[in-house]
Design a protein. Structure first.
Length: 303
């Protein structure tokens, strides 16, 4: 999802599950549902949002060198690729993280599953007053986005930074009520994400969505803390290739994941398209699947 990762989170609660997929290619591919055969001369349709991102031309070329023809199906909104995959309009998609997929599966009754990781796009803590987290005095106020999904992720970042303690230990559904005020170093206030950049001088620090960092006159390198990709609480925000459950072991699809993860030109394009923020990952698939199951369970418990 490149830097779009943070901007789609706010849409999770209102994702329309059945949309008209105007212009979407139909029909099955040569790879076939559930096929585990050779990758030679096969055509695979992959749904993306942002076909023009630098990694995709390199990916298509690298796949062709392995005898796999990739057809990129570009969608205009994040609500479309999952229903298209469920209905068999495409074979794979790559645009979302685990939290987004969990929300879709729970709401639609689908069983889409991750078959490989791509990257995580760290969410950062910024300050106009302090150069590092340790310098923030006890009792100061830190701002986080007020939309549910971004707020949960922001609180987990603050917990990783040692600024707050969450009663639940931290989940993709944590909110301000989850903050243990007696055990936390700072107070937390919620503001509209788009307004946080202009409010940064009024607080000790703030979690700023990637799309708004430049609006605050900052660069991504200015973050004084951010998600640790190795931390368990960051795993639900890893971006993935998703497939239908019956295609989880498809050798062609797994080969495409390998190409994405290891091809130098693809990885260079990924970094360029993210403005240097992407942290490429090769997370074990079993960890991705386990995280999806946990997030779906957490979501059900939150209802």
């Amino acid at each position: 999802m490149s830097r779009r990762t943070t901007s789609i989170l706010a849409a999770l609660a209102v994702v329309p599950l059945f949309v008209a997929l105007a212009g979407c290619a139909t029909g099955s591919t040569d790879a076939g549902s559930g096929s585990d055969g050779s990758s030679e001369d096969e055509v695979v349709k992959i749904g993306v949002v942002g076909k023009g991102d630098e990694q995709w031309p390199a990916f298509v070329d690298a796949a062709a060198e392995e005898g796999i023809t990739v057809e990129l199906v570009d969608f205009g909104s994040y609500e479309q690729p999952n229903p298209a995959l469920t209905e068999g309009e495409i074979d794979l998609n790559q645009f979302q993280h685990i939290v987004y997929l969990a929300e879709y599966n729970n709401a639609s009754g689908s069983d889409l599953t991750p078959i490989g990781s791509t990257a995580i796009y760290p969410l950062g803590l910024y300050s106009k007053k302090y150069d590092d987290v340790d310098s923030i005095p006890e009792g100061e106020t830190v701002a986080v986005p007020d939309d549910a999904s971004n707020q949960a992720r922001a609180l987990n970042v603050l917990q990783q930074a040692g600024l707050v303690e969450l009663k639940s230990g931290g989940t993709p559904y944590s909110d301000l009520a989850d903050v243990d005020t007696d055990k936390s170093k700072v107070k937390v206030t919620a503001l509209e994400a788009a307004l946080i950049p202009t409010s940064l001088p009024d607080v000790a620090a703030a979690i700023i969505n990637n799309d708004f960092v430049q609006d605050a006159g900052l660069t991504f390198e200015d973050a004084i803390a951010q998600d640790d990709p190795e931390d368990a609480s960051a795993l639900p925000y890893v971006n993935i290739f998703a497939a239908r459950a019956e295609d989880a072991d498809n050798e062609t699809y797994l080969k495409l994941v390998e190409i994405f993860q290891t091809n130098e030109a693809v990885q260079k394009g990924l970094l360029e398209s993210s403005g240097g923020t992407a942290v490429a990952l090769q997370t074990p698939v079993e960890d991705l699947v386990a995280s999806l199951a946990k997030v779906q369970k957490d979501a059900d418990a939150k209802k």
